[in-house]
Design a protein around this ligand. Structure first.
Ligand code: HEM
Length: 456
């Protein structure tokens, strides 16, 4: 008798139990109201009710995963793909053929095309642009005027992504237009997702017209960027060239629509996420001057009197820990969804084919089961001797698996550099009508962070 023949067979998904239904649902509406009114608090409390729980959103059942280990299992399991209402509404506005929403062979091919632009050994080539943009931001902050952190953060995020990845002199003026268009589009997109009142958004109201104009300008800008690069006849070694030269599964050039959607699919996640994180970093430097001082001292110890440089970043361990800790408490991407391709299992529960699964990096990264003093801002928890105690997948702001953000190194480098450049020059204070409470949108960011920079 072999060992295999006595081992009990793995349970079939059909024999597994159904996850418990979360409490507090309202007849007819289920948990929808709670999710609209207080999404962060609601998601953060779900783990008390189980590792996997069912939510009712009107007539629909959605499965919420609440433990770090299961979010990892979900992200790494090919039984789950990118799909569901969040992705459908993104596709409707931004295009269906980009890497962020594709699945299967097309997604794998697209990842192969874009990945080289984000390789760790390529990032230093972007160093001079990141330095220039980080110092330009610090310079603008010192104008004596109140700093509107929303527009400044968008500006620097879009300019870095556009100048590094789609490089060209023409980018400067376009990067400004892009940042204005993207900020408006993201605001409107979230409204359209949480209140899917289709016909209402077609009415000729000022807000709708502003949104339509911004969306049209975003698509027009991308067309202009592509057309101009083609007309120049130049092929610099960058992401845009990689996209223009990409071949499909049959070895044929990819279509115009896919090129367009790919540029949109890289610029849009690349700007809102970074911009939101920069806003939180500015807020953290304001709220925790002791850490701002430590960042400044660290920069001084590494760079002396000269301005901090890209090459210094890997030596700025406390600065880096400040960035990681800000991302833990305020992850730009606070909710993620997947759809089950087939009937499958998660945490010992049956998940039916076609089910939508949701999880919240915000809830996971603030869970007291994973972190001592989980709500305290404590960058030193990322010192190697303490970081080893953090459970696996309890800190994955860039996700894991085949959908992992391609830009983790690119993003961390610019975020640390910006933090260092700003903290080494200024002490920051909020002005009286600033509002740094959390605004829940496609990403999390402060409602309206307004700062004054004071010379150190
Ligand atoms: C995907 C986070 C910056 C491009 C993702 C995902 C996360 C994420 C969590 C995975 C989504 C999922 O699992 O469903 C972040 C954060 C950023 C950041 C926190 C900065 C603080 C960027 C930047 C770019 C970028 C700068 C490009 C310039 C993308 C793309 C995908 C993606 C193209 C889709 C990948 C795929 O589906 O294969 N990002 N991101 N991200 N991100 Fe980022």
């Amino acid at each position: 008798m072999t060992v295999e023949s006595v081992r009990p067979a793995a349970p079939q998904a059909a024999e597994l139990s159904t996850p418990p239904l979360a409490g507090g649902g309202v007849p007819g509406l289920g948990h929808g109201l709670k999710l609209v009114r207080d999404p962060l608090g609601f998601l953060a409390r779900l783990r008390d009710q189980g590792d996997v729980v069912r939510l009712r959103l009107g007539p629909k059942t959605v499965y919420a995963v609440t433990t770090p280990a299961l979010t990892g299992a979900l992200a790494l399991n090919p039984d789950f793909k990118i799909d569901g209402p969040l992705w459908e509404s993104l596709e409707g506005l931004l295009g269906k053929e980009g890497v962020a929403t594709a699945n299967g062979p097309r997604h794998r091919r697209q990842r192969r095309t874009i990945q080289p632009a984000f390789r760790l050994d390529i990032i230093p080539e972007y160093g001079p642009i990141m330095e220039e943009e980080a110092h330009a931001l610090a310079e603008r902050m010192g104008s004596g005027e109140t700093v509107d952190c929303t527009s400044e953060s968008f500006r620097v995020a879009v300019r870095i992504a556009a100048r590094c990845l789609l490089r060209g002199d023409f980018m400067d003026e376009r990067a400004e237009r892009l940042s204005v268009a993207l900020a408006t589009v993201f605001r409107g997109m979230y409204r359209r997702m949480v209140i899917p009142a289709g016909p209402l958004y077609r009415l000729p109201l000022p807000a709708n017209r502003k949104f339509d104009r911004a969306l049209a300008d975003l698509h027009l800008l991308v067309d202009e960027i592509v057309a101009e690069r083609r007309a120049s006849g130049q092929k610099p070694d960058d992401l845009l060239t990689a996209l223009l030269e990409a071949k499909d599964e049959n070895g044929d050039p990819i279509g115009e629509q896919e090129i367009h959607d790919q540029v949109v699919a890289i610029l849009t996640p690349g700007s809102e996420t970074v911009a939101s994180t920069i806003m939180w970093l500015l807020q953290v430097l304001t709220e925790h001057p002791e850490h701002a001082d430590r960042v400044r001292e660290e920069v001084e110890s590494v760079a002396g009197d000269r301005p901090v440089a890209f090459a210094d970043v890997r030596k700025l361990s406390h600065t880096n820990n400040v960035v990681v800790e800000a991302m833990r408490l305020r992850p730009a991407v606070w909710i993620l969804t997947r759809r089950a391709v087939t009937e499958t299992e998660l945490g010992g529960y049956r998940i039916p084919a076609g089910a939508d699964i949701v999880y919240s990096p915000y809830a996971i990264q603030r869970d007291p089961r994973s972190y001592d003093g989980s709500l305290e801002f404590d960058p030193d928890r990322w010192l190697p001797e303490r970081a080893k105690d953090v459970p696996k997948f309890a800190m994955s702001p860039f996700s894991v698996g085949n959908r992992k953000c391609p830009s983790d190194h690119f993003s961390m480098a610019q975020l640390s550099l910006i933090t260092a450049a700003v903290a080494s020059r200024w002490r920051l204070e909020q002005v009286s009508d600033s509002d740094d409470t959390t605004r829940v949108g496609i990403t999390l960011r402060p409602h309206r962070l307004l700062l004054r920079a004071v010379a150190r």
